[in-house]
Design a protein around this ligand. Structure first.
Ligand SMILES: *Cc1c(COP(=O)(O)O)cnc(C)c1O
Length: 228
């Protein structure tokens, strides 16, 4: 059986999530987004068999191929940087995590309008302002929040961030708290459905949950190293 031990790992992670949630005191519920990028459709099916409802992919083409192959119902999350020319395909996802510019928002809104759907999106914030990462800087969040108010085919569900890799805990916390503040800014701008915080990966998910994460995006810890 592929992904041997996945069920036991998920069990342990769920216990750790619960404990982190207790410690953090934010009172949120937390869902695991199983990041299946670079793995085949069997990774998606293995995760679903273990009770996971949400799957994350960072490349549109790769995800569309897996959508064709996977027959079980699953919520597909697009977690990576998205180019505007892929906006149409992005409407195939349950949630798009990487909205990081007014122009991308416009393209997604147009695509969702043409598809006759309302698309759930998250605003990606680059709290630490790392050059290697996508996302708007914290000071750009209010303007993007206001811009999104005028795009009714997008339903703003909250904020997403990636913390610096293997950063000290204090820096992780600062980054995750920044995403939480960005979500508050979205709510203050009138986005009443902005209740999600997508943050935390294999190396930092417990700190993220302590800081209020509602969606943790886990790849390596579930499926092993990707060999990228
Ligand atoms: C790959 C990826 C993840 C998962 O990372 P792991 O460290 O393997 O858990 C999470 N979020 C994004 C945006 C990713 O691209």
């Amino acid at each position: 059986m592929p992904f041997h031990g996945l069920s036991a790992r998920l069990q342990e992670i769920r216990e750790r999530l619960d404990a982190a949630r207790e410690r953090g005191g934010h009172g949120q519920s937390v869902r695991i987004v199983a990041v299946t990028k670079t793995h085949g459709p069997e990774a998606v099916e293995a995760a679903v068999a273990c009770g996971v409802d949400d799957v994350g992919e960072n490349k549109v083409q790769e995800a569309l191929g897996k959508m064709e192959a996977v027959t079980v119902p699953v919520r597909w999350h697009l977690i990576g940087h998205l180019q505007r020319n892929k906006a149409k395909a992005a409407t195939r996802f349950a949630m798009v995590h990487g909205v990081d510019s007014p122009r991308l928002a416009d393209a997604l809104a147009r695509a969702a309008g043409e598809a006759g759907c309302t698309l759930d999106v998250l605003v990606q914030v680059n709290v630490a302002e790392e050059a290697s990462k996508s996302g708007v800087a914290m000071h750009e969040v209010p303007a993007l929040a206001d811009h999104l108010v005028a795009l009714p085919s997008l339903r703003v569900r909250g904020a997403m961030t990636m913390a610096p890799y293997e950063a000290p805990e204090a820096e992780l916390r600062r980054c995750f708290a920044g995403a939480r503040a960005a979500r508050a800014t979205l709510q203050a701008a009138g986005h009443v459905h902005a209740d999600e915080l997508s943050m935390g990966m294999s190396g930092d998910y417990e700190v993220a949950v302590e800081e209020g994460a509602t969606l943790v995006r886990l790849g390596t810890i579930l499926f092993g190293a990707r060999g990228e």
